[in-house]
Design a protein around this ligand. Sequence first.
Ligand code: MTE
Length: 321
Amino acid sequence: MLIKRPPDIRPSEITPEQRYLDRRQFMRSAGAAGTGLLLGAGTAAGAADIPAKYRRLGDVRPSPLSTAETPNSFEDITRYNNFYEFGTGKDDPAKNSAAFRPKPWQVTVDGEVEQAGTFDYDDIVGPHPLEERIYRLRCVEAWSMVVPWVGFSLGDLIKRLKPTSRAKYVAFETIVRKEEMPGQRSRVLRWPYVEGLTMAEAMHPLTILAVGVYGVELPNQNGAPLRLVVPWKYGFKSIKSIVRISFSESQPRTTWNASAPGEYGFYANVNPAVDHPRWSQKRERVIGAGLFAGKKPTLLFNGYADQVAQLYSGLDLTRNF
Ligand code: MTE
């Protein structure tokens, strides 16, 4: 994001026309077959591409908060990534993350919260029903894709953790493991990667912690075993491989804001009216749509203005970008 100028299309990003048409046809057949109540097998489209090594998640329910848009293929979602801990190239996370061990996993909860402590993954995730949430992920680099996440409401977890009345923000931290994350041996960013939300943003029903994609556990390159997804914000807010959740009274430091404050704000709401200083945010390149598909207009709050605009009433979105 800091070092590359988007959007250069590489040959590896171009979906062969036939594959694109096949996928469209597959979606139509899947739609015609009707949808079951439980999605344990993952959303139909692209599911055929999923390597057997990924464990299938049981009892995944479809969510009414999903977009009706066609998801990108499993291949698009797992081979075109931003995860600087594994390198800055889009294909680096897929290439360099095989040695990463996402289990066993623990998450530390601290700060302004009653239930502070260090919890096993199962204690954090286990009590929550899993849902499939299909969201468009709009990257600040002016590209987007549609991802069928599997996850649960962050707000439900926060209610169980019982923040104190002083908690105004929630901060998240990614694991540091230089032996397994070769990108952390470089100083391209300051590690650990950190992100934050206001309490109202964290409690919003659209905000989830994701544990899977396409009905299977999260691949390492997508932030295994636990990552944030905030669909109305630029993708960099959706921090991966979370090991710490902290509640605070003051606004926490966030990685990209600290790295280039003039380019990346704390809020990072998707906003076509506020350009990045080095490129326009008015349109987005849709990954996997093919070379001739053109660009799609970017929507305010990534299309969720009706649901989230009230969180920012009275706030100047040009200054608070
Ligand atoms: N989280 C960490 N820890 N490190 C990162 O480099 N990149 C962010 C975000 N979360 C990043 C991260 C950016 S810029 C984007 S666009 C999304 O992850 C990409 O998520 P995806 O690779 O699953 O599509």
